[in-house]
Design a protein around this ligand. Structure first.
Ligand SMILES: Cc1ncc(COP(=O)(O)O)c(C=O)c1O
Length: 484
């Protein structure tokens, strides 16, 4: 810490300097310098004195960010008939940096004093807030430094660098990244902008709610994903102030249920989190201001399973031609999982609030979604090793329109007779009925057929997402599903 302070006091800090300082401190085993919370306080987010934003804050934000933010389309979902909900999708992933976070980031930057603008700002973020801050910092000529934890998605880190910001990839989670950023803010006199709890951030996010009620008349409910709670705080306040009867539903991933924990404890509380497809929601403790503003306005809180997030991502690609990241797909995940069946027949708005998903993760989500829906199957079948044995199997699959994705065979290690071969197949079907047809056909024609299971295929998903499955019923009774 000695060196960190010394260097911080007199030098022009480039990104390299900061990374070097952190590395130096780590090498010196001086972990206390970075992990020690002493004096590392964000004056805008204080537990004892939480700041509730007002509707006027949101309308001021709407006015001041108007020229710099896209008023994104809100369109009726093609899934409406299938799920039995009059569903509208607010496509905020169409913002330049791919998420709603631009709203709050721009407003927070616009609201800085001239002096603060000349010094610059710092923040810690898993990605979307960092991207938004870096982009609007560049547009407004304000220097931005962001600390991103090592688990932040690679494409988000790379994109931040493109906007000319100081990007520090450090800290195992958001908590650690935040401490590093606060330390640097203190040393350099920079203003720290919390990505979900700074009052201007929440007010900026509230403009999404204003647009939703302008876009769609007579809304019954809105479903909002929760990370640190800034989005739901702003949206709930905007919507409930104008239309008090609209139901506000918050959604979290089962891997990071920090709002649920806060609600239970009646105050923000540290919640251990696991890696999740909804990486934007992986915040171990919701914000004090966000909790104070949002908690009284949330009518229902649901916690969704990861597999439903994968299915929601798949459905959005297939049905809406939208690429949405896990965090942005949690609302649809809750609907598909049958956790919001009370919304059937109602008019609901769902913000698709982020589209920044690594391409490799997207590929895996789509495959997992297909497997969970019973459309991607894995089986091993023992066939005759005589010429034409495998060809016969392939012909059979082709005859019912099953598409082979992968096929391999094995002779040496199989236990059955010497004239047999095990063939392992991964194949794609149209739907669950088609999969059943395939299974019946294989069982009729071969003595030994073993279907592979993955954790996803044990889900027992409904054939049609309208129908209730056992899993859905279990989910809806999940104690984590909290109603106000
Ligand atoms: C795409 C997306 N959706 C939702 C959220 C949740 O927002 P908040 O942290 O304000 O609750 C985030 C947070 O980063 C996000 O990136």
């Amino acid at each position: 810490m000695r060196d960190l302070n010394r260097k911080a006091n007199g030098q022009d800090y480039g990104n390299r300097d900061i990374i070097d300082l952190i590395a130096e401190n780590r090498n010196n085993n001086d972990h206390s310098s970075i992990h020690n919370d002493d004096g590392l306080i964000d004056p805008f987010c204080v537990e004892e004195n939480p700041h509730k934003i007002t509707f006027e804050d949101i309308s001021s934000a709407a006015f001041k960010i108007k020229g710099g933010i896209i008023n994104t389309p809100c369109v009726k979902s093609r899934l409406s008939d299938i799920i039995g909900i009059d569903l509208y999708l607010k496509k905020d992933f169409l913002q330049i940096t791919g998420s709603f976070k631009e709203r709050g980031a721009r407003y927070a930057l616009v609201m800085l004093s001239e002096e603060q603008k000349s010094i610059g700002v710092i923040s810690a973020s898993l990605g979307n807030h960092a991207l938004a801050l870096c982009y609007h910092g560049q547009k407004l000529g304000i220097s931005v430094t962001v600390v991103m934890p090592v688990l932040a998605p690679i494409m988000k880190i790379a994109a931040c660098r493109q906007y000319g910001a100081n990007v520090i990839v450090e800290g195992s989670d958001m908590g650690e990244a935040k401490r590093i950023a606060l330390r640097y803010a203190k040393d350099k006199g920079l203003m720290y902008i919390n990505g979900y709890d700074h009052p201007d951030i929440m007010a900026g996010q509230g403009t999404l709610g204003l647009e939703m009620v302008q876009d769609v008349p007579n809304i019954d409910a809105v479903i909002v994903p929760i990370g640190g709670g800034g989005l739901i705080a702003g949206v709930a306040l905007a919507v409930k102030t104008l239309y008090p009867n609209v139901t506000i539903i918050g959604v979290e991933s089962e891997r990071c249920p920090s709002f649920y924990a806060a609600r239970k404890a009646a105050r923000p509380t540290y919640t251990p989190i696991d890696s999740t497809l909804a990486d934007g929601l992986a915040v171990p403790m919701v914000g004090y201001n966000a909790f104070a503003t949002a908690n009284p306005l949330i009518d229902k809180l649901v916690v969704v399973k990861e597999e439903w997030i994968a299915i929601a991502i798949l459905k959005l690609v297939e049905n809406e031609k939208c690429i949405v990241e896990g965090a942005g797909a949690t609302g649809l995940a809750a609907i598909l999982a049958g956790q919001l069946d009370e919304l059937k027949g109602k008019r609901v708005v769902l913000p698709l609030c982020g589209g920044n998903i690594d391409t490799t993760i997207l590929g895996r989500c789509l495959e997992r979604g297909l497997a969970a829906e019973g459309r991607l199957l894995k089986f091993t079948v023992t066939v005759s090793d005589r010429p034409g044995g495998i060809a016969e199997l392939c012909r059979m699959l082709a005859s019912i329109g099953v598409s082979i994705k992968d096929i391999m065979h094995e002779r040496a290690w199989i236990m059955s007779d010497i004239f047999s071969v095990d063939v392992k197949v991964v194949c794609e079907t149209r739907d669950r009925d088609h999969s059943e047809q395939l299974k019946n056909m294989l069982h009729q024609n071969y003595q030994r057929v073993v279907f592979g299971t993955s954790d996803m295929s044990t889900l027992n998903l409904p054939l049609n997402i309208n129908t209730s499955s056992n899993e859905q019923k279990r989910n809806s009774k999940d104690p984590l599903s909290v109603q106000n």
